[in-house]
Design a protein around this ligand. Sequence first.
Ligand code: NAD
Length: 483
Amino acid sequence: MSELSSGLSQFIGGRHVPSASGETFPDLNPATGGEVGRVPRGNAEDVERAVAAAEAAGPEWAARAPADRARLLDAVAERIEGRLESLARLESLDTGKPVSLAQAIDIPRAAANFRFFAGAVRHDETGCHTTPGVLNYTLRRPLGVVGLITPWNLPLYLLTWKTAPALAMGNTVVAKPSELTPLTAQALAEILDEVGVPPGVFNVVHGYGAEVGQALVEHPRLKAISFTGGTLTGARVAATAAPQFKKLSLELGGKNPTLVFADCDLERALAGTARAGFTNQGQVCLCGSRVFVEQSIYREFVDGLVARVGAMKVGPPDAIDTQLGSLISQAHREKVEGYIALAREEGGTVLTGGARPTLPPPYDQGAFLLPTVIEGLDPGCRTVQEEIFGPVVTVHPFRDEAEALALANGVQYGLSASVWTGDLSRAHRVSAELETGMVWVNTWLLRDLRVPFGGIKNSGVGREGGRHSLEFFSEARNVCIQL
Ligand code: NAD
């Protein structure tokens, strides 16, 4: 933890403080089971203190010129880039993900989030509508104090995805990172402080969801909650926040389809399907965990996929050739293993994986699992319908486009999909019919930060990204003048 200038603490009003209760709980490295540090166990009192600090800092921050806030956001991006290696190590310690992955994806994206929203707010415009004798224009006002609740799979990536637009629009923030991954949130608080973001503008309250998260959502003076996490938790957040008429953004779970048509470029589709299935040990909400393959190439494709997945290197997160690290916890590995057992009961055949790898100490104590491909399951069974959020992919044949679409759309979720085809007309047709918020054609997880990000059905409500984030973190006010 030498990468952090202090031990884990709450960050409230610009000060690193213990939790109000004085209680802590262990932060474990899932790759070894070792204790990384002690997390302050926050409660409603910590939340109240953080909200009060954020309220006190609000007026001055909101009154600043957007360009002034943008300058600070750019400075944050620069610091994150300057600390690329140490932040990647912290992220890997907390999550068990390969350091190389955090260095290539998580941390650069965190910097990009700040840089992008600094630019976005500099160029933000509002509308003006005129008719003879009447002028209408729109003001965008900050909301006030907003609550940001984030999961463990992409800790800094997702926290910065919310923090940057919230601050850019002049709000002040109380952030609640996952209790499993507190380290990079703490580092972010230090960085914001170092570049001169005033005390109270950004606060972090660590602790459990039921204690800190719930208190944040219940807090009567919080104006908005941006939540990323599981669908069940999201339903609870919505039930609590809705009667208070808080603004809500909910980015929830997924069970995303990958559709592989016979006219695709097979090698590219194989590489893309493997990447979509197993990046971050399959713990990305966008992972393609249901793979549907056109009947005529089914066997060839599945054999190719199994060969690729079987050759993936699972190992110590800091080893240069590791492709898959540890899952987030022993408890989560048991949940994923439970689904593999269920798949066998439901008639599935495990084609590769399905077991724990053998690793030397201390990694023999880690939550590692081999990447797993399963076939022979009915698309309606629980294994294929429920989000597993681990390195498990099921494969299924389809006869034609209509059946492919019916299978892809036949779940409660609707986050993303990827389609592999060489037929441009089919690509457009299928994209229009998929019940998801995002569709990738001949690629996966290729992100442009200007585009809308979010899901439909049980995958969430609202959109983030570009102007959608700026609009969420502000209130539009119409001014109508009779000239
Ligand atoms: P989770 O729902 O268990 O926890 C998410 C956050 O909510 C954590 O900070 C947790 O402490 C907090 N929380 C828990 N109970 C709460 C409550 N009652 N009130 C307020 N906050 C509470 O999710 P997780 O296990 O951390 O993350 C995995 C899930 O997140 C998966 O379902 C995944 O698909 C989803 N996810 C979605 C996206 C997306 O953009 N759609 C991105 C990443 C992850």
